[in-house]
Write a protein that binds this ligand. Structure first.
Ligand code: G3P
Length: 217
């Protein structure tokens, strides 16, 4: 399973990258706004900087919701760097745009996916990645991880090549459950990635090893 970090914060991207296990970055308009990035030039420049930090798939989201505008915006984003993946919302014009990008050799990430039906449409349109938002599904008392299993099952039966990118991850347990359920990628906040490191027996065991090592130093 690939690991992406889900943030536009450069310090966090750098920290995750230094771990050596990072395969890419996802952002969205909310995450960009959180970093205070304003204006087209600043947005483009921010994506370029992210591409210079991480050698992997970097999702950059269109903000238009109309087909022609999405295509124009996506072309500009894709021109920033070969690693850019154009992120497109799961709406009718978005499906058309996914198909257009697929036919024109531009990789895509279909975002705001909340059902297996939407995931089938994204795969049919040739999306490179499909992003089910599992935390937001859990928020509405449905089971986000169950949706990952369902999509993995359908894609396996049908031979769809679209990669399942579990998004809206809220905890280390989400990451483990998504790995079990067949996600190809998890995009996670830095805290959830670092949370995977934690186990009290590791800390207790290491303290004892460090103490005992002094006996023969
Ligand atoms: O990858 C999508 C993600 O950024 C949404 O996460 O926590 O806002 O549901 P969240």
């Amino acid at each position: 399973m690939k690991f992406f970090i889900d943030t536009a914060n450069l310090a966090q991207i750098q920290e995750a990258n230094e771990l050596g296990i990072l395969d890419g970055v996802t952002t969205n308009p909310s995450l960009m706004a959180k970093e205070g990035i304003k204006g087209e030039a600043a947005v483009m420049n921010h994506y370029k900087t992210i591409c210079e930090i991480v050698d992997g798939a970097i999702s950059a989201e269109v903000v238009s919701t109309e087909f022609n505008e999405m295509v124009e915006e996506g072309k500009k984003l894709a021109a920033i760097h070969p690693n850019i993946v154009v992120k497109v919302p799961m709406i009718k014009d978005g499906v058309k745009a996914l198909k257009w990008f697929t036919e024109n050799g531009i990789r895509t990430n279909c975002t705001l996916v909340f059902s297996a039906g939407q995931a089938i449409l994204a795969a049919k349109a040739g999306a490179t990645f499909v992003s089910p938002f599992i935390g937001r599904i859990d928020d509405s008392s449905w089971d986000g991880v169950e949706l990952i299993s369902q999509i993995a099952n359908i894609y396996g039966i049908q031979g769809f090549k679209t990669e399942i990118l579990a998004a809206s991850i809220r905890s280390p347990l989400h990451i483990v459950k998504c790995a079990e359920a067949g996600a190809d990628v998890c995009t996670c906040p830095l805290d959830s990635i670092l949370g995977l490191l934690k186990h009290p027996l590791t800390d207790i065991g290491l303290a004892k090893f460090v103490e005992d090592a002094k006996k023969f130093a």
